[in-house]
Write a protein that binds this ligand. Structure first.
Ligand code: ATP
Ligand code: LTN
Length: 328
């Protein structure tokens, strides 16, 4: 059976190298494997306060980034989550099949709400994984490429599918998270014990950074005691993170990289990592600028929404019928 692949990114801020490695870098390979549904999770971006103009700009940027990464609109649907109403409609149904206890155990919710006052935490932030499960279920996706931080949400989507199918028959497709072996969690360059994240942009490499800025950030990345370039997450988290970035971009294993850099000092090693990031991002940025200029994302999003709506509406109908809603 051909694979059905789905993934999304929130337009909440400037995209980072973490997003690139987790999702964008593999887009071309994913299209060779099966049918891709790739979206801009703009409804999810509303789960924390965001300025309307910033949301609009981020959404355009994200569409252009997907295209710059090689997304081929003939072989995949690129769309805005908000332009497919079935996401919200299925969400209204599925919120009855996931429970408060389960949702309150989600690490992302705990982290994002930790510093907020109780009466400022929106219901949408709490219910985030319900909508995310709907995103996946609507397209009968069996493969969901993500970074490691999202696997807990996909486990919950799997629980939902099990629960639903046990009760109503074989209605929903079981999804599976696909996390790359090397690069599942890119860490901050200034604090390699925390995830590089666009909502907490300390030690981030942004996809729009100029080459000189990228070089400066990598050359001043936190490194560790000792002088050997070796992968050891516990004792050498900084070097391990830079090795991970290098391997993820060059598609080689950690041990291959350790061999390449066996006689390198930290400074020369960092220079090689900076070169690798710049070599990857410069042509990508050129494509991005061209797409922003010619606005080719507009037609692509339009066409993508049509394709997505056709599939999503079928699943929604199947669910409505199964649970006893009258379809008239
Ligand atoms: P936020 O900080 O707003 O939560 P985010 O970048 O973590 O942003 P998304 O934009 O929705 O969240 O992430 C898109 C994809 O990128 C997800 O699959 C996520 O797991 C992955 N991702 C994000 N940051 C990293 C990282 N540092 N390393 C690996 N994957 C990442
Ligand atoms: N939750 C993801 C973004 C996201 C997603 C999805 C990813 C929303 N819906 C469906 C994969 C499949 C995030 O926060 N990184």
């Amino acid at each position: 059976m051909a694979e059905r692949i789905l993934t999304g990114i929130k337009p909440t801020g400037q995209l980072t190298l973490g997003n690139y490695i987790a999702v964008l870098k593999n887009l071309k390979q994913q299209m060779d494997r099966g049918e891709c549904f790739i979206f801009i999770a703009d409804l999810h971006a509303l789960t924390l306060p965001i300025d309307p103009e910033v949301l609009r700009q981020n959404s355009i940027d994200l569409a252009a980034f997907y295209l710059a990464a090689g997304l081929d609109p003939k072989r995949s649907a690129l769309f805005l989550q908000s332009s497919v109403p079935a996401h919200s409609e299925l969400n209204a149904i599925m919120q009855n099949y996931l429970y408060m206890g389960e949702l309150s155990r989600m690490t992302q919710f705990k982290e994002k709400s930790a510093k907020m006052k109780e009466n400022a935490i929106g219901l949408g932030l709490f219910a985030y994984p319900v909508l995310m499960a709907c995103d996946i279920i609507l397209y009968d996706a069996n493969i969901v490429p993500v970074g490691e931080d999202q696997t807990q949400h996909i486990e919950l989507a799997r629980d939902l599918v099990n629960r639903f199918n046990n009760r109503y028959g074989n209605i929903l497709t079981m999804p599976k998270a696909e996390v790359r072996k090397v690069g599942k969690r890119i860490m901050s360059l200034s604090n390699p014990t925390v995830k590089m994240s666009k909502s907490d942009p300390k030690g981030d490499i942004f996809l729009k950074d100029d080459p000189a800025v990228i070089r400066k950030k990598i050359m001043s990345a936190v490194t560790d005691l000792g002088s050997e370039v070796k992968f050891d997450e516990e004792n050498k988290p900084g070097i391990s993170n830079l090795l991970t970035i290098y391997c993820a971009l060059k598609d080689i294993s950690i041990s291959e990289a350790e061999q390449i850099f066996a006689n390198y000092r930290y400074g020369d090693f960092k220079k090689a990592v900076a070169d690798a990031v710049i070599d990857e991002l410069v042509p990508f940025q050129e494509r991005y600028r061209q797409i922003i200029k010619d606005k080719s994302y507009e037609d692509v999003l339009n066409e993508g929404a049509k394709k997505a709506r056709a599939i999503a509406n079928q699943t929604l109908k199947r669910v409505q019928k199964a649970i006893g809603l009258l379809i008239v």
